[in-house]
Unconditional design. Structure first.
Lengths: 302, 276
């Protein structure tokens, strides 16, 4: 009995503090603390650091010197160029493959649909480090399986990881393997939203597979394809693991990514100010690309 | 669809079977190589079937890597991260979806904006901060910054938007406190969304590499990705059978969890694409 009155008492007390008005702040409180300390503070601090020079354990204000250096840094330009090569080659290939696999997996006559879906999705659950190590072995010039297969088919082997374009191709193939299944699932989510009546009426009108694909499927999943392109672009700009493990950024920085260069400057050479400037260059690039893509998206919706 | 001709059907199957084979082959290769010797893997005709050196590779791996320790580290990091995320992100998402309060719009706007900012921007200040407060090389240094990301809030808010407001109001009239409404009514009905969030968080922490590589300094703290990269980075006595066995250990748990919860996994990925 006393237990009950106690409970009731604390309930009444508690309700003075946790009301409909205060509740949202209380629910948000842990997140706000985390966010302020581990997100807002570092973002601002990073911006401040990018105007400072760190040497001998001391920070000194150096104005925009880091950004000036950045613009004249050949490795920065190389990392930027590499990242854009990955973007331009890999994102379109992956988007097309995702759409193709998505459409095929959703065909009504298909048996074992779940099996195909799982099989295609499986690469996207593996750790980037683990798959990069496996691919490094597969692409090995002298004893890698890819070259063995090429030679068995009568081609000559490629010196994958030690030549500029070989190493870039290896990275592009690896990323495509890792992410296509993931994006296929997103495309399937979009395909499921297309009303089946559209296809049925098109069939009555005698539309072919290609006509249905071009005039119904593609327009209906346009926004999902844009979503896939945007997330893939942002992901590609932040690539690190593949460059770090698969190619080590080599040969001669031909595959180094912005993220990998940032790691080297910041945590191998401890040039904190310069690394901060590099990271803000990345923010600016993502911002510009997002604005472009946002405009394209708006155009697509009209 | 009844009168689909045989030819397109065959082409569909052929393309999909090739896609699945390409997807699965690296896994097969990894498992097979983990049971073969270094010499088998590096031979002119690499072995593509299971060998008998798994035990020997395991012994050699144990010499180079404290496998149990790495497994414990990865489990502690992933488990804590996922559980904290379920509470913190769903509470924040609930507040943003179901309450009207001052500063809500601005707060949501700031959360969303930070989703565009790459984590790499934070690493230098976070590294300095963690060293200053003596958290370098600790579990919390790996876990907490990841939780500050807004993706979890976004996912939960999107899912909570459709939760019927009348249910919450009815509970209030019945004298239910705000906390009991959330924990006893909202949370249980949101189970599928929470499952999707949990799987997403589990996957990202189990596989996370760059930040742990920066902040974890001693071998006894390494998670699987960092330990793997160290094992692979050693040029001396490099044994691919041993390295492949280590990747098997890193990939197998998540592979098994995926196969058990594959529906939720796929729902989680699809949910991440849900638009406003």
């Amino acid at each position: 009995m006393s237990q009950m009155t106690n409970d009731g008492g604390s309930m009444v007390k508690r309700r003075h503090i946790v009301t409909k008005k205060t509740a949202p702040y209380i629910f948000l409180f842990p997140m706000i603390v985390l966010f302020a300390v581990f997100m807002i503070y570092p973002i601002i601090h990073s911006l401040l650091l990018s105007f400072q020079d760190f040497s001998g354990g001391v920070y000194t204000f150096c104005g925009i010197q880091n950004y000036v250096t950045l613009l004249q840094d050949p490795i920065f330009w190389k990392s930027l160029k590499n990242t854009f090569i990955y973007l331009i080659v890999q994102v379109p290939v992956m988007v097309v493959l995702s759409l193709l696999f998505g459409v095929l997996v959703e065909q009504a006559f298909l048996k074992c649909r779940a099996g195909f879906r799982i099989g295609i999705f499986l690469p996207s659950v593996t750790a980037l480090v683990a798959y990069a190590i496996v691919f490094k072995l597969l692409f090995n010039t002298d004893f890698g399986l890819v070259n063995h297969m090429l030679q068995a088919m009568g081609f000559s082997g490629v010196d994958w990881l030690n030549t500029v374009w070989g190493a870039r191709m290896a990275i592009i193939i690896a990323i495509t393997w890792r992410w296509t299944g993931y994006n296929t699932i997103i495309v399937i989510a979009g395909l499921k939203n297309i009303p089946t009546e559209l296809y049925e009426s098109a069939e009555i009108d005698g539309a072919s597979f290609w006509q249905k694909f071009l005039y119904i499927t593609v327009p209906m999943v346009k926004s999902i394809l844009l979503f896939v392109s945007i997330t893939s672009t942002i992901g590609t700009l932040q690539l690190f693991d593949e460059s770090f493990i698969l190619t080590g950024g080599g040969p001669n920085n031909a595959t180094i990514t912005i993220g990998h260069y940032l790691y080297d400057t910041g945590f191998t050479y401890y040039k904190f100010g310069y690394a901060a400037a590099l990271s803000y260059a990345l923010v600016v690039i993502i911002g510009i690309l997002s604005i472009i893509q946002f405009k394209v998206t708006k155009g697509g919706e009209e | 669809m009844k009168n689909v001709k045989t030819m397109p059907k065959v082409v569909t199957y052929v393309i999909l079977i090739i896609a699945v084979l390409v997807s699965l082959f690296p896994f097969y290769f990894m498992f097979v190589s983990a049971t073969n010797t270094n010499a088998d893997i590096l031979s002119a005709a690499p072995k593509l079937f299971f060998g008998s050196h798994a035990v020997e590779n395991y012994k050699n791996l144990s010499d180079r890597l404290d496998l149990g320790r790495v497994l414990i580290n990865s489990c502690i990091l992933t488990f804590t991260y996922t559980v904290l995320s379920i509470f913190i992100h769903s509470m924040a998402g609930y507040a943003l979806a179901k309450f009207e309060f001052k500063g809500k719009g601005i707060m949501f706007g700031i959360f969303m904006m930070t989703m565009m900012i790459p984590g790499q921007v934070m690493y230098v200040p976070l590294f300095t901060l963690m060293n200053k407060i003596g958290w370098a090389n600790t579990y919390q240094a790996v876990i907490l910054p990841g939780l500050a990301g807004a993706f979890g809030i976004f996912l939960m808010r999107q899912n909570m938007l459709s939760f019927p407001k009348s249910l919450i109001e009815a509970a209030r009239i019945d004298g239910c406190g705000e906390f009991s409404i959330f924990f006893k009514i909202v949370m249980p009905t949101m189970k599928p969304a929470l499952g999707a969030l949990a799987i997403y968080m589990f996957m990202s922490m189990w596989n996370s590499f760059m930040w742990p590589l920066i902040i974890l300094g001693t071998k006894s703290m390494y998670n699987f990705p960092v330990a793997l990269s160290m094992l692979n980075g050693v040029a001396w006595r490099k044994d691919y059978g041993v390295i492949m066995l280590a990747t098997v250990f890193a990939v197998l748990p998540i592979l098994m969890i995926f196969l058990i919860f594959q529906k939720q996994f796929i729902a989680g990925v699809m949910g991440g694409a849900v638009k406003e």
